[in-house]
Write a new protein. Structure first.
Length: 266
């Protein structure tokens, strides 16, 4: 009985998500219905875009990227407690992110890029402590980069580019020791200095800082920015004016640094 209840919970969450869609031009969600699953208690696992765990029959992934969907995210989506992957990129979702998404404690990949989300990035985004990939790029998020991002100790990929975020890069970003790729370009309201803690990002491979208002105060002279690279670094900035010391720990297949003054050792 408990297994059936779990499946019903997931189905209810998915149907609530569907009800928040105002336009489905390609009829992607046409088979999302109870009637289409009357012969099996695991029916929602056959719905397009849905992947279930083989052992428990619970929804573990929702992949609906580039489907042309228009609507908002239903708060009930936060009831998919076994969800590991939530990928809704390249649609036309709008509105604010429901705080119920922070209930998805198993989430490892969250991709909401290329939509029309507004409001602030949830201040408790760090509650999703298992995240390995977080992509919120190309939206209309405002406010600041949350301090709780420091709790995402497993994060390897972070993309916040092309939003309306203001303020500075938080000092605590240096705690993301597994971070390999960081996109914070095209955030014109992002200002202040690059924190020296960036030098703690020992797994960093790529960092993008194009088109923002960051300055070089605090990272010049004896306090040059040190970035340890595993493979390659792409740093393209039209506004950054600083001397960057890059410590090479392996051969780099590609470096593109057209504006920044570069000092190499290794």
């Amino acid at each position: 009985m408990s297994s059936k209840k779990n499946i019903t919970t997931d189905e209810f969450a998915l149907l609530a998500f569907k009800s928040s869609i105002t336009l489905d031009p390609y009829h992607i969600l046409s088979n999302w219905s109870i009637s289409s699953s009357s012969n099996s208690s695991f029916s929602s696992c056959n719905w397009l875009g849905v992947t279930c765990d083989e052992h428990h029959g619970r929804v573990k992934a929702l992949n609906l990227g580039n489907m042309g969907l228009i609507g908002t995210i239903s708060p009930q989506l936060g009831n998919l407690s076994f969800l590991v992957v939530l990928d809704l990129h390249g649609n036309n979702f709008h509105g604010e992110l429901p705080h119920e998404l922070l209930h998805l404690k198993r989430l490892k990949l969250l991709n909401l890029s290329n939509n029309g989300f507004v409001g602030e990035i949830p201040s408790r985004i760090g509650d999703l402590y298992k995240l390995q990939q977080l992509d919120l790029g190309y939206n209309n998020f405002v406010g600041f980069i949350p301090q709780s991002i420091s709790n995402l100790s497993m994060l390897e990929y972070l993309n916040l580019k092309s939003n309306l975020i203001k303020g500075t890069i938080p000092y605590v970003i240096g705690q993301l020791r597994r971070l390999r790729i960081l996109h914070i370009s095209n955030i014109k309201l992002l200002s202040g200095i690059i924190p020296k803690t960036v030098s703690n990002l020992s797994s960093l491979e790529e960092i993008y800082l194009t088109n923002n208002s960051l300055s070089d105060r605090g990272v010049s002279g004896s306090e040059k920015l040190h970035v340890a690279l595993s493979y390659h670094l792409i740093l393209i900035s039209q506004h950054l004016r600083c001397s960057i010391l890059i410590y090479l720990i392996s051969n780099l297949p590609k470096i593109v640094l057209p504006v920044v003054k570069l000092t190499l050792t290794g």
